[in-house]
Design a protein around this ligand. Structure first.
Ligand code: SAH
Length: 244
């Protein structure tokens, strides 16, 4: 039993010497784990959003695996794992991690699914989806962002993501139907082409509302008989979906 106080003392010494230094936060995996604890706490506080108090394991693991710091501008890297949105240039933002997690979970996609994202931005949300499903098609209207995210995703080895430059209001009909469609900019109504391009049983997760007013995150489900049903899940704030 004499060994116990010694071990305890050693532990205190080690913590005293190394605990609280910047090392832990400099390790992206450690920072992501901390970020996901905050995201999980948000999900637990708002169980009505997902209909349960915790994220699905696939979404949690996908976000733990996705290097968020690679998708933010270099001068903001030290904030990459803060649970908040960040500017990515051209007046656009990368969404808050809690919103990325909730929207990805609401899509309810699996490893055999093909997914469409409207609003590639930095490419981060596309990368999270790519960790989960078979292929991600993602479309961005700002040419410079489409180019930068294509390069970033390729450099990180995401081979199952295709980035398009264009107006995502019209979807990407060539690869439809999609098991899931996620929109990360807000139109003032649900674009009919996106409902059209949804597979039977598929889900569209989309913020809807006018700029400057409260927008609602909506889930549109297409039943097997082709009829669509929508519900509001959360008040949100997104950049506007623009048209060419
Ligand atoms: N999902 C992104 C968040 C991007 S913010 C990420 O993870 O970083 C929303 C993006 O939607 C912006 O890049 C904006 O340029 C883009 N966007 C706005 N209107 C669009 C449209 N009609 N079609 C495609 N992209 C659009």
């Amino acid at each position: 039993m004499r060994v116990r106080p010694v071990v305890h003392l050693l532990f205190v010494l080690v913590i005293g010497l190394f605990g609280g230094c910047a090392e832990a936060d400099d390790d992206p995996a450690v920072a992501r784990a901390r970020m996901m604890r905050e995201v999980s706490a948000d999900v637990a506080r708002n169980p009505e959003v997902l209909g349960r108090a915790r994220l699905s394991t696939v979404v949690l693991e996908a976000m733990l695996a996705t290097p968020r710091h690679e998708f933010v501008p270099p001068n903001l890297r030290r904030h990459a794992h803060d649970n908040r949105p960040l500017p990515i240039g051209k007046g656009q933002t990368i969404s808050q991690p809690t919103i990325v997690a909730m929207m990805t979970d609401l899509l309810a996609i699996g490893p055999r699914d093909t997914v469409l994202e409207v609003g590639t931005g930095s490419g981060y949300q596309a990368a999270v989806l790519a960790e989960i499903c078979a292929h991600v098609h993602t479309i961005e209207i700002v040419p410079a962002l489409a180019t930068a995210s294509t390069k970033c995703l390729a450099a990180l080895g995401y081979e199952n993501v295709t980035v398009y430059e264009g107006d995502g209001y019209l979807g990407v009909p060539e690869h439809a139907p999609y098991a899931g469609i996620i929109v990360t900019a807000a139109p003032d109504h649900v674009p009919p082409a996106l409902v059209e391009q949804l597979a039977p049983g598929g889900r569209l997760v989309i913020p809807v509302g006018r700029q400057g007013e409260v927008q609602e995150l909506m889930v549109v489900e297409k039943a097997v008989d082709g009829t669509a049903h929508s519900r509001r899940v959360l008040p949100v704030r997104f950049v506007p979906l623009t048209r060419k």
